[in-house]
Design a binder for this molecule. Sequence first.
Ligand code: NAP
Ligand code: G4F
Length: 353
Amino acid sequence: MTARSALITGITGQDGSYLAKFLLDKGYEVHGLRRRVSQPHIERLASYGLRDEGASGGIVLHYGDMTDSSSINRIISEVRPHEIYNLAAQSHVRVSFDTAEYTNNVNATGTMRILDALRNARVVDKTRFYQASSSEMFGNAGRIPQDEQTPFEPQSPYAVSKLNAHWSTVNFRNGYGLHASCGILFNHESARRSPTFVTRKITRAVARYQADRGQTLKLGNLEARRDWGHAPEYVEVMWTILQQEIPDDYVIGTGETQSVRTFTELAFEAVGRQIEWTGAGVDEQGVDASSGELLVAIDPYYFRPTEVNYLQANPAKAERKLQWKASTKIGELVRIMVAADIADLDATNVDES
Ligand code: NAP
Ligand code: G4F
């Protein structure tokens, strides 16, 4: 019997790399879309093995870009995958305010390029499609917790682009019978998280303090609350969603929420430091309760023109229909990330936007 095949866009990212490994372990033939960059950056995949077309084992990477419909059409008609996981995105919310048109091109029009390519290649009835939707789409919905019925109120170009892709996916499901599903995922983190997201930025800073290379950690809004889970568990549910007979959309999260302030406190606690907060607003500071060393300061650069204040999932539908439940709690997640960053203190010169 020939192996099932999957095409992952965004395979070089946090989720793409975990998903590639998960599918390889299930015996899939895994293909990935990679874009051309001046400095190759496939470290997250390196240990899984890459292969040339025609050989066996490992992952096949195809050059292409979400902004380039000709490459997307070519890859889909060549690979004709059984499953597509559309994870590619300009995924940084704050950056999306600076690159709104580009973000929309990659995330929204890019998704439409894939959906149209499925029609062009006449594989709508053969290929199952997973869309990486986001809890950011809820924005400031005003309802807590958020579930599949909560109205969307996006607060950033990123969220608007994701909502466009979400509805395009639903439209192809309804209009053309495509087996298309959206996972509305709440924040999920790991040691592979890009250092420009707040959790990894914090855990890397803590690791540097531990190595006596600490520099004041500059953060934006400390009060924003997120439902943070552990990424490897979240890629498993992407696969489970595509194995359902009837395509559908699911909210995926832990059901618990914490503030950026609490995450910061937990991360420093993981190395035995207590933070004492002094001052208010942009003058607020976090100092080491024993030594008085300045650990955290506020930098308005990290504020967003419009913020999402409170995200908390109600994952009841996923628990009931997919038998999926997040297992890693926030304390364990923080410890995993801090320990990984202490073990890998190499990359210090990263632009942390
Ligand atoms: P990530 O680490 O930022 O990875 C994004 C991926 O998209 C990378 O492989 C990136 O390639 C690729 N990409 C970006 N622009 C591209 C383009 N123009 N053409 C082709 N590929 C492009 O994101 P992630 O955290 O793994 O998230 C995966 C997906 O889930 C994203 O769509 C994200 O928006 C969504 N999501 C994430 C979360 C979360 O908490 N992590 C929650 C909800 C939804 P490079 O490596 O070349 O940059
Ligand atoms: O870590 P963040 O940048 O993640 P955000 O904006 O929640 O987006 C992530 O999760 C979404 C799912 O809800 C994904 F769709 C999206 O692709 C991405 O993976 O920011 C989290 C919170 C925000 O409220 C932000 O204002 O942390 C606050 N924050 C405070 N200081 C900061 C900082 N965020 C960043 N990146 N850097 C800071 O210094």
